[in-house]
Every structure is written in C-alpha cells, then in structure tokens.
Ligand binder design. Structure first.
Ligand code: PEP
Ligand code: MG
Length: 919
C-alpha cells in the first residue's frame, strides 16, 4: 500500500513536472540549468546557467520546446493553460523589472528569440523592442530623456515585427526609410533626428496597414503572442529545414522561445553592443576576440551594415566594462570548460551578458584549443577528446596552396580570414548557380556581397565562400567555419555586379565562370586557378616535413594518442594496395579490415590477363591466366602485409560480377561495326567478336544480385585457389624474413553456411599444400562477411565455420532496404525532403533496421563461438554516429578508408566514453 502511494505520488510529481511549460530566470536565480537543453534549447539553458552563476543577465523566461511541438500538433493553437503560465511569468518579469508591458509611464520592452537545442546560425528569427506602441514609445522617451532613441527603437520594432511576424518584405520598409533619408539629405542612419524617425514610424505603420489590411497591433500582449507563434512557424521554414537536413538534426526536437527584458546598446555613446569569443575561432589562438559597435543594437553587428571595431578598442573607450567583460568571459570558459561565444550589451556603461554558448570553430582551431586547454590544466585529456568533433580532423587533412606558387601570383585584394583552407574555383554569384555548376562537376567559389541563410545550399557545394561585407561573425564567417569551408569575408574592395555577372576589383574584372582563389587563413584573394597541395599533416606523414616542423601535426598526434587510450574498438583500414596500407598505418590504423583483391586486378597491364581468365573456355585455359595473376597478387599481398607490420590483414576473395572487368557491350558493338565497315577482317576482329559473345553471355539483369561474391568462388574454385596460394606464399615469405603475419581470408556475400563450408575447404586444402611446398607454417584464419540478411539471421550456423565476421554494411543496407547502392541517388533526396529518411543509410547506419541485423549477427555468432572476432568494413566504419552504434553493439573493430582513420580513432574514443557514462 505504502509503495503504491509513493509510486502514485512520484507519477503525479512527474506529470506535474512535465506540465511545466515556462521556466523563469532572473535576479540571480533560474528555474532551469545547463542540463536542460532538450527542453529549454541551447540559448535558454545558457541564460539559466548564467543567471545561476550570478552573471549580469537581463531577466526573462523560456517557453519550452514542448510548446513548439504542441503548436504543431494542434495546428497553431496553444492551450489556455499554457497561455496562463506565460502570463504569470510575464507578470513576474514585470515585477522584477519594475516596468510594465505597454505602460505609457514605464514600459517594459522585451526581446523574443528562438533557441533550439542545437544552434542554427541565422536560421531562426528574432524580434527586439517588443512592447512598444504609440503610447509606450512616449513613455520610453520620457524615461530615457531621449526621443531619438525611443523612436529609433520603435521603427526597428515595427520593421522586424513586420518582416518576421507579418511576413512583409524588408524592402518595403527600407524603401520608406531611404525616402525619409533622401528627403533630409542624410547619408548615415544616425543622422536622422527624432522628428525624422517619427515620420519613418508613421510610414512604416502605413506599410503594415497597406500590406495586411490591418493596423499595426498596438496591444503588446497580442504582439507577444504573435511573435511567439512566428518563432514556432520559423522552425519549419525552408532554410531551417534545409539546415537540419544537412546536419542531420531531427525536425521533432522543436525550438524554445526566450522572452527577455531588453537592454539597450543604442541609448548613446556610453552604450554599445558586441559579440566575441574567448579564443580565436579560426586559428584557436588564445586571444580575446570579438567586435563591437558603439550606440547600436545587436543586429547591426551581425548584419554587416556598419563595420564593427575590434574588441580591444573597447578597453580604451570603456575600460571598466571591458575589464568586467574579460573577467566574466574567462570565468565562463572555466565553468563550461570550452571556448565561449558570447553576446553582450552595455547600456550606459553597465554591462549585460545576453548569451553564451560553446563557440563554433574550425577543425584547426578545435585541435589547437583542445590541446592548449589540456596544457593550461583547464581540462583533462579525456575532456579534450570530447571537445573535438571527429569530422574536424578531416578539415586538417584538407589541401592548401603551394606557398611558393601562391607567393608568385599577385594579390588583388584581401578580406578577413574567416575560415582556413585553400579555395580555388570558378566564380559564381548565386547559391543556385553554385548548385547547378557543382552538379556538372565544376569546382566553384561562391562570391556574394554577403551571404544569407537562403544561400546555405550553395555554400555547401562550393570550394569556398568570399564576401564583400560583414565581419568575422557574419553569416558567411560563422557558417563557413562550421561547414569547414574556406571563407574570406568583408573583402570591401570587391564590387559585385550580380546583374552583369561580374565582379570588379582594383581595375580587374572577373566574369562568372572565371577562376579565383583565396586563402582562408590569410585572407588573400587572387585571380587565378591555383593547384592545392597536401595538408601539413600529410606532409609529415609522407616524410616531406619533420614532425618538429609542424605544430599542428604534433597537436593532432597528441589528441589522437589520448583518444587511443580511451577507445575500446580497434581501428583498421580498408586498403587494397601497399601504398594505401602505408598511409593507413601512418594515420594509426592497426590492421586492414578489408583488402578488396579485385581492385588489384585493375593495376597496370593486369586487365588483359583478367580478361583472358574470364574468356577462358576450358579450366586449363583459365588456370593459365590465373598462373599469370598469381605472382602479381602475391607481390601486392606481400606489400600490404609488410606495411601493417604484424597487425592483422583481412583479405577478401573475389567479389564483383565478372562483367565489371570486361568492356561495355555498346562500346564493343560500335568497335566491331567500325572494323567491319573498314574491312578489317582478321585475328583482332575475331577476338572482339568472341569478347562480345562472352559479354553477352555474362550479361545479368541484376548484377548486384547475380553471379558475384562467394558464388564466383563456388563456380570457379580455381580463382579462390590462386588467391589463397598468393596469400599464403606472401605470408610464408614474410615469416622467413622474420615478420609475423596472420592473414585473415574472408569469403564475401555468404548467406548459407554451406557456401562458406565449400570455400573454406578449398582455402584449407590449398593453404596446407602451399605451406608444405614452402616448408613454412603460418597461422591464418578463415572467416566471412556478413552482408546478406540471411547471413545475419543464421549467424549461429555460419559461426560454426567462420573464425571471424566482418559486417559488410554497404551490401547489408542495400539488401535490407532493397535500395540499389548504385541507383539510390535517384530518389534519396526526395526521401530526405519528405522526411521518410532523415539520413542517407549508406552513409550513416540505419540503427533500427540494418543495425538490428548487426546486433542479431553478433549475438547469434557469439552464441556459437564465444571468441568470434567481429568487425565492420562497410563505409559506416568511418562514420562517427555509426561508430557509436558499433561500440554499443559490442564489435571488436571498425575499418575505415585511410583518410577517415583519424576520425574513426577519435569517434571510437568518444563512443567508449559516452557509452560508459550511461547510454
Ligand atoms: C560491404 O558490402 O559493406 C563491403 C564492404 O563490400 P563492398 O563494398 O566491396 O561490396
Ligand atoms: Mg559487399
């Protein structure tokens, strides 16, 4: 009984808690905290945390992400109890602020901002100065004794509200604004006095009435409700959806709405507003970094309308506020153990913190910051690992320009170095053109006056982004850094004439389609096509540079060596040739998870031999061709084994349908017709005709479901024999040279245990014969790929024969979904747009479907053979989200392409750590 009562009480409490839709913050205390990002969004959780930490944060409240979902579920209607809760929090805010929304004496003004769990720069909308109306503006004027400020705030509010909530194009307002400016001969916005701004306000109200058929809403409570709903609506706008699609953020998480008391950076010259980072987000350097504007509001800094001043200048003009800002932000960095990206406002020399969050940074900066913070004892190596997005390491491997060549080309202009990396490509002036050209296989550089969130699809496909206006925190800079795209912004000398399809700079004209290059680390822009060269890290790995000559290499290595300490999963590489294996080893792979032997068949001079093998009409003929292939394969295997210095090497027997090695039917037909027309009878024509006959014989309707994989080895055992002999001979040779190797011979596409049994018998027989002939014994394993659903389901039987499993998640995905690997591109985008699939299942594992088969395979396989070694060698082996899943599924290793080995090492460590923490 007592138990039931307790349970009922806790259920009630849980329900009670679930019913809380609004969280207050202010006066040194907040109802939420940093752990509540799901519910409060990143911004809301940050405001709560800062408030609790005693920082000067203007009070306010957060309407939770749950309300966003309710808004959509109920088709835009918010239930009255939530409205009531909002009203109660508003009343509390009014009490704390000592001001009332809409009051003609002492009006409270608020900002309304969106804030999802993940920050989505420029994606969502913000409204400032809400609460102003014809009466309140007079109250604001009286209270501040500043009529200009009051009316400037009002006109900004109408413009923002008109645009964001009422969906009136910005130009309609700008047009009126420019008209008033022109009539008064004003060049700068700041030259308009109160009188002029009153006129702007009147004109803006007329715009609203004309456009919507209704007057501008004067009731601040109505304004608030409308603004709240507009934030919810903006969650589903096309830009936001596109952004989420690119970054794999689900639509269902919703956005919170933050309502916060306004403070003003535009009350005069003792006020300012700015943004900054505790460290340089492009280079990672430990320097206080940011920009501010005197007498301005937030959007002026980001929009690039006025060019902001570097934050160091603040020390000169407002030393006390600057010192306080430094102290606070240093504390914030220590508190959050990460670089902070903050927004602040100074109202009459009093500092307010408006936002803090983890700063987005380039891959380069991420590694520098993480290693610096460990050196500063701010974080532990374990925390450093979790601070770096594995994909960031990929950016570090991106190419740069050859410094000598780069130096020789004259610099035509410079901009701000917003995101490092070398970009070279054909100029395009719009995001749509970028997408179009890129789809034609061209490399493009997107050149814009400034970028807007609508440009995101174009930015995504460009080599780099170059803008004429904006600062280091402008849209182009922030998004460029996040995407790891080289970006140069604010190159003010660029004159971009989109209509004419050209840009002019210092006497040069560059037309659309002509080449331009820039360096995102220095900001230099050049009119030329410039080849890039390998990253510093690759130069060290290839021996062109000493490790001691490269600071970033040393940091990269340090970080990855920490990762190695914490990861459980082994890291192997998919490599087919000795030089790939060398690179993979240098990147830290300790083993080959997949050597696709057929890739060796494409080596120089080999294809004719392979074709002879395929065309052979008798076994004897086929064996002759195979005998020629044997030494070539043996040489490759020897090289791959050697490169791995004793680490395991998994070699797969032939897998693809044979017609892949033959010329295309259509090409042969044309060739034969041409020869016949020219009367070229003879041996060559005969050969071509025979080839055509065999190509036609080998033609399959569904080659991926046809005569491939283990089916080839079963029908042509002599291929498996030759490959086994080559593998064992290479291993014996190394063994004689004192190098230990344990080859793992892997049979592909097995779905029925008898298939494996058949091939295993061939392998074992030939291996024994070969070792006897060589007079050396080597240990080797025989295993299989699990890439056919039946193989996963009958894994217990298969494990009776297989000494190891490797999940071929490429084929397993293909066969589980029934999506052809080669044709999925035709419909995948639509699937993603319609949210039928969030992610490309060939890039990131489908946990529920394909993942379930992996779990079944592991479980059943190990039930029959407890020490079964299990890995994965599909593309998913290099994808961080998939690696997280493989950690949970208890695999022994992942195998990734050589360039993704560093990513996999770090992701495996993160997976091990997060799984331990209670996933
Ligand atoms: C797989 O199917 O996942 C695999 C690794 O093999 P392949 O990509 O060569 O078919
Ligand atoms: Mg496969």
């Amino acid at each position: 009984m007592a138990k039931r009562t307790t349970a009922a009480r806790s259920r009630k409490k849980a329900r009670g808690r679930a019913r809380k839709y609004v969280y207050f913050f202010g006066g040194g205390k907040a109802e939420g905290d940093r752990t509540m990002r799901d519910l409060l969004g990143g911004k809301g959780a940050g405001l709560a945390e800062m408030t609790n930490a005693g920082l000067p944060v203007p009070p306010g409240f957060t309407i939770t992400t749950e309300v966003c979902n309710i808004y959509y579920e109920r088709k835009g209607r918010i239930p009255p109890e939530i409205d009531k809760e909002i009203a109660a929090n508003l009343a509390r805010l009014e009490r704390m602020a000592g001001a009332t929304l809409g009051s003609p004496e002492n009006p409270l003004l608020v900002s309304v901002r969106s804030g999802a769990k993940f920050s989505m720069p420029g994606m969502m909308d913000t409204i400032l100065n809400l609460g102003l109306n014809d009466e309140a503006v007079e109250g604001l004027k009286r209270r501040t004794s500043n009529g200009r400020f009051a009316f400037d705030s009002y006109r900004r509010f109408i413009q923002m509200f008109g645009n964001v909530v009422l969906e009136i194009p910005k130009e309609s307002f700008e047009h009126e604004f420019e008209a008033v400016k022109a009539a008064r001969g004003a060049k700068q916005d700041t030259e308009l006095d109160e009188h002029a701004l009153r006129e702007v306000v009147e004109r803006y109200k007329e715009v609203v009435e004309r456009r919507t058929g209704r007057p501008f809403p004067q009731d601040p409570h109505v304004q608030l409700t409308m603004a709240r709903d507009a934030v919810f609506r903006s969650w589903m706008n096309p830009r936001a959806r596109e952004y989420r699609r690119i970054y794999g953020i689900p639509d269902t998480i919703g956005t919170a709405v933050n309502v916060q008391m306004m403070v003003f950076g535009n009350t005069g010259d003792r006020s300012a507003t700015g943004v900054g980072f505790t460290r340089n987000p492009a280079t990672g350097k430990k320097e206080f970094y940011g920009e501010f504007l005197i007498n301005a509001q937030g959007e002026d800094v980001v929009a690039g309308i006025r060019t902001p001043q570097p934050i160091q200048e603040l020390e000169r003009v407002m030393p006390a506020a600057y010192r306080q800002l430094r102290t606070i932000t240093t504390r914030l960095e220590k508190h959050y153990k990460d670089v902070q990206d903050f927004e602040f406002t100074i109202q009459d020399e009093r500092l307010y913190m408006l936002q803090t969050r983890s700063g987005k940074r380039t891959g380069y900066a991420a590694v520098v910051i993480a290693t610096d913070m460990v050196a500063e004892r701010l974080i532990s190596p374990k925390e450093a690992i979790q601070l770096v997005d594995p994909e960031a390491l990929n950016q570090l491997l991106a190419p740069g320009f050859d410094p000598d060549e780069w130096k020789r080309i004259p610099t035509v202009t410079r901009g701000l170095p917003a995101s490092p990396g070398a970009a070279s490509g054909q100029v395009v002036f719009s995001a749509d053109a970028a997408v179009q050209w890129a789809s034609e296989g061209k490399q493009v550089v997107l050149v814009r006056r400034e970028t807007v969130p609508d440009d995101i699809h174009g930015m995504f496909v460009s080599q780099g982004i170059l803008t004429a206006t904006g600062g280091m925190t402008s849209h182009a800079a922030v998004v460029g850094r996040q995407m790891g795209k080289p970006s140069v912004v604010g190159a003010g000398e660029l004159e971009i004439d989109e209509a004419a399809g050209e840009l002019r700079v210092n006497g040069h004209t560059v037309k659309e389609g002509e080449f331009i290059s820039f360096d995102g680390l220095t900001g230099e822009v050049k009119i030329a096509r410039v080849a890039s060269r390998p990253s510093e890290i690759l130069q060290v790995l290839s021996g062109a540079l000493e490790p001691s000559q490269s600071d970033i290499y040393q940091r990269f290595e340090r970080l990855l060596s920490w990762a190695d300490k914490y990861r459980r999963l082994g890291i192997r590489a998919n490599a087919d040739l000795p030089d790939q294996a060398e690179l993979a080893y240098a990147f830290g792979a300790r083993g080959i998870g997949l050597c696709r032997t057929e890739h060796m068949f494409f080596g120089e001079g080999r294809i004719p031999i392979v074709q002879r093998m395929i065309l052979a009409e008798t076994e004897a003929e086929r064996r002759q061709a195979l005998d020629e292939l044997l030494p070539l394969q043996r040489e490759d295997f020897y090289g791959v084994f050697k490169a791995m210095r004793g680490s395991p090497v998994t070699i797969r027997t032939i897998d693809p349908p044979l017609h892949e090695f033959l010329p295309k039917r259509e090409e042969l037909l044309v060739e034969i017709a041409r020869m016949e027309a020219l009367g070229q009878e003879g041996e060559e024509l005969e050969r071509k005709r025979r080839l055509l006959g065999r190509v036609e014989q080998l033609h399959e309707f569904n080659p991926m479901l046809g005569h491939r994989g283990v089916r080839l080895g079963i029908t042509y055992p002599e291929i498996t024999e030759m490959q086994t002999r080559a593998i064992i001979e290479a291993a014996c040779r190394l063994s004689r040279e004192g190098v230990k190797v344990v080859p793992e011979i892997m049979i592909p596409l097995v779905g029925e245990v008898k298939e494996l049994r058949d091939q295993k018998a061939v392998v074992q027989r030939v291996a024994e014969e070969t070792m006897a002939a060589q007079g050396v014994r080597v240990k080797y394993l025989v295993g299989t790929m699990i890439e056919v659903p039946r193989g996963a389901v009958t894994a217990n039987e298969i494990a009776g024969e297989a000494e190891f499993f490797s999940f071929g998640t490429n084929d397993l995905t293909q066969l589980t979904f029934g999506f052809s690997r080669d044709d999925v591109g035709k419909f995948l985008r639509v699937y993603q747009e319609k949210k039928i699939l969030e992610k490309d299942p060939f890039a990131s594992i489908d946990v529920e479907g394909v993942g379930a088969l992996v779990r079944i395979g592991v479980e059943r396989g190990r039930s029959a053979r407890p020490d079964l070694k299990v890995g994965v060698c599909g593309e998913h082996g290099g994808d961080p989200a998939s690696i997280h899943f493989f950690e949970q599924a208890g695999l022994d290793y992942v195998s990734a392409s050589p360039y993704r080995v560093p990513v996999a090492r770090l992701a495996a460590a993160q997976a091990a750590l997060s799984v331990k923490v209670g996933d």
